[in-house]
Design a protein around this ligand. Structure first.
Ligand SMILES: Nc1ncnc2c1ncn2[C@@H]1O[C@H](COP(=O)(O)OP(=O)(O)OP(=O)(O)O)[C@@H](O)[C@H]1O
Ligand SMILES: [Mg+2]
Length: 398
């Protein structure tokens, strides 16, 4: 059984969901429903019945009630699959083993029922405070990296590189990684990753209330590598609501939750892209061995300079570097007056993997493409971080 109460937009109350059942848990739910500072988003006897609310309810705490003598690991796993909100266990009956097991788990607290409502509220508040600290400690915001993958020409390999790089950061480097699809009209990052977007960046920016790490967590789609993706809007016309200001705020918040944020882009310097450049630590500028792309990459470098984007943050990526097309890496470097930092080979397996929705870094880790991407992922993290304390906007815009 599951029910949801009316959600009051913008209310700054602690959002709580209750799963499971035990002696005394119904009384706790009644008390929570009466408490003005809390919002009981819903209750469900089985966590599996509440996956929608758990994943997208912007929950700040989940209470899980159990009468089992041991830690209900299966139920906790279901909850954890869908939310990172702190979990407080409500237990009834003999619970000494459960208490021991809870010490080694990521359960925030255990309350043996019956309890006075004040004690339950205090435990909830304590858990949200600890949760906020934990979210902030994933990476100190200034240590988190924003890696933007850009090319002024379509089809150069931005999305192939961004998706594989993000998977490599999540899976091989073990970093908490977010892939932000900023190809707002025609983004296809989720297709390349083979995941079905539950919600998109559009849903996030039109949702009421302040953006914070918990809210952001409710809008990402999870990939089996551990990567989290904030997909592009499903309809091109929804892109215009994803404004420059929204992207600026979003990246600030994302820095608090993720070690690395990879941004896939379209081929334009639009407002959201400028907001991204403001906060970009590494700009992977993707070039190919063809004259039109080189010409446009050259123009991009000039534009970046005009925008006062520090060119020391640019890393030139030569995609399909081994193609036999009558041009060599050295000629690209001379034309652009920039060294190629990463060479990514052309492989037939890349489009095959794209069509299967399986990134090649996972599908064939031994491939030359995967090795090149992993090297780039490693280098992006290893390079010294340039933090200038408080971030400032690079560009002044009307
Ligand atoms: N190194 C590579 N080897 C082989 N095929 C590649 C390689 N890089 C990209 N491709 C293929 O080229 C096509 C275009 O790549 P991709 O979609 O990544 O480019 P893009 O720059 O994101 O394009 P768009 O501008 O349309 O977003 C894809 O089908 C991909 O499989
Ligand atoms: Mg693309």
């Amino acid at each position: 059984m599951s029910h949801e109460q009316d959600i009051q937009p913008g209310a700054e109350r602690i959002r709580v969901f209750v799963t499971g059942v035990c002696d005394g848990s119904a009384a706790v739910c009644e008390a929570l429903a009466r408490e003005a500072d809390l919002e009981l988003v819903g209750v469900a006897e089985h966590p599996a019945d509440a996956v929608g609310a758990l994943a997208g309810g912007h929950l700040q705490v989940v209470l899980h009630a159990t009468s089992a003598p041991t830690l209900p690991v299966d139920d906790l796993a279901v909850i954890r699959e869908h939310t990172r909100a702190p979990i407080v266990i409500l237990a009834s009956g003999e619970a000494s083993r459960l208490l021991d097991e809870a010490l080694d788990s990521d359960v925030a607290d255990v309350l043996l029922l019956p309890q006075l409502p004040e004690n339950v509220f205090f435990a909830i508040r304590k858990a949200t405070h600890a949760g906020r600290r934990a979210a902030g400690s994933a990476a100190a915001p200034q240590e988190s990296r924003i890696v933007t993958v850009f090319s002024p020409k379509g089809g150069t390999g931005k999305t192939s590189i961004a998706t594989n790089l993000a998977v490599a950061l999540a899976k091989h480097e073990g970093k908490r990684t977010l892939l932000l699809d900023l190809d707002l009209q025609f983004g296809d990052a989720t297709i390349m990753l083979g995941v079905e977007p539950e919600k998109t960046i559009y849903d996030l920016v039109v949702a009421p209330g302040e953006l914070d790490p918990e809210k952001l967590a409710g809008y990402v789609t999870r990939h089996s590598s551990g990567l989290e993706v904030l997909p592009a809007p499903l309809r091109p016309e929804d892109a215009e609501l994803v404004t420059e200001a929204k992207i600026g705020a979003l990246l600030e918040v994302a820095r608090a939750s993720y070690d690395a944020i990879v941004v896939d882009t379209s081929s334009f310097f639009h407002g959201p892209m400028l907001a991204t450049l403001d906060q970009t630590d590494r700009l992977l500028l993707v070039c190919g061995l063809d004259v039109p792309t080189i010409k446009n990459v050259r123009l991009s470098l000039q534009t970046l300079e005009l925008l006062s984007f520090p060119l020391r943050k640019v890393r030139l990526v030569l995609n399909r570097a081994n193609s036999k097309v009558g041009m060599k890496k050295g000629e690209v470097e001379t034309a652009l007056d920039q060294k190629v930092r990463f060479e990514v080979p052309s492989e037939r397996a890349v489009p095959v993997a794209v069509n299967r929705g399986e990134p090649l870094v996972s599908a064939d880790p031994g491939s030359e493409f995967a090795k090149a991407i992993r090297e780039a992922a490693h280098a992006v993290l290893a390079e010294e971080h340039e933090s200038s304390g408080r971030r400032r906007r690079l560009f002044s815009r009307a």
